[in-house]
Design a protein around this ligand. Sequence first.
Ligand SMILES: [Zn+2]
Length: 356
Amino acid sequence: MSKFPAGVVYGQQLIDLYEDAKANGYALPGVNAVGTSTVNAIMETAAKVESPVIVQLSFGGGQFFAGKSLENGNFEASAAGCISAALHVHQVAEMYGVPVILHTDHCSLKNIEWIDRLLDYQESYYERYGKPLFSSHMLDLSEESIEENIDVCAKYLERMSKLEIGLEIELGITGGEEDGVDNSDVDVSKLYTHPSEVFYAYERLSAINPNFTVAAAFGNVHGVYKPGNVKLSVEILKNSQNYVADQIDKTGTKPVSFVFHGGSGSSQDDIRKSIEYGVIKMNLDTDMQWAFSAGVRDYYAQYNEYVATQIGNPDGDDLPNKKYYDPRKVLRQAEEYFVTRLEESFADLNCIGRNK
Ligand SMILES: [Zn+2]
């Protein structure tokens, strides 16, 4: 008997799932996808480990899903690609037998029309099917002032609540570079969130809907760099959690659901502690890109002499090589590497067998 039904999770069920994670000390991997190969590999892994999973698309990932050649000046390709990916997940998630949280990654103020388009689409979708396409969207307004950040987030949470869609916000800036956004030289103090800012956001958003999560910066950085370059301070999560709990007279509880961005390359100790402090989702992109690419790299190294020409290989000069250069062969190996690596992350996040 599964805890959560297979298919796309949204609304109250999403809140329940994150509460289950907090209560049982695990976090869900939020894995970035750019095409059906990665979307399917994410669900394949979740099925293998019998846990729910988060499939997420970035602005660039959505655009890639729709096709790189398409015009994206009005965010139409990024929106269309995300819708397309979501429809695909709705179609097959139940066949994989896994609960899937569908999410979109960082959206800054300058890209907000991307989310507007997704919400416009989902308003008519909701009217027709009584459910949203996405479980949640992220708005990353960490470059704005905290007041402006939460003003905009509150407005969107109100609109999204009517569609049973959750919101992920960002407080403080995640360093490094991802999806073309380079934060590698921002003011160091902005890389660390203050507990009072977390409470400010918590108080204002809770008044609208409890369906929100907080990506609070604690020195975390997108990408993988030489060890020692990243000074993580997970205690910020603990301090913020305790501060909010005290303010609402619920000392000792974990009212905030935190999201860990830039988790690639983090130590097991930091991951374990962050979960203890209320992290219910850890984003995975860089390490998964590496795994997928390694699958391609090794395939071509292994079958080098079978993909050099269409006819003729070490086994015979006249032999056809079609079964080696069929793109499905190399893509499948990339998917297999991806699955193997993602299984490790599920284990790191204490997220094995969480839907049994
Ligand atoms: Zn991020």
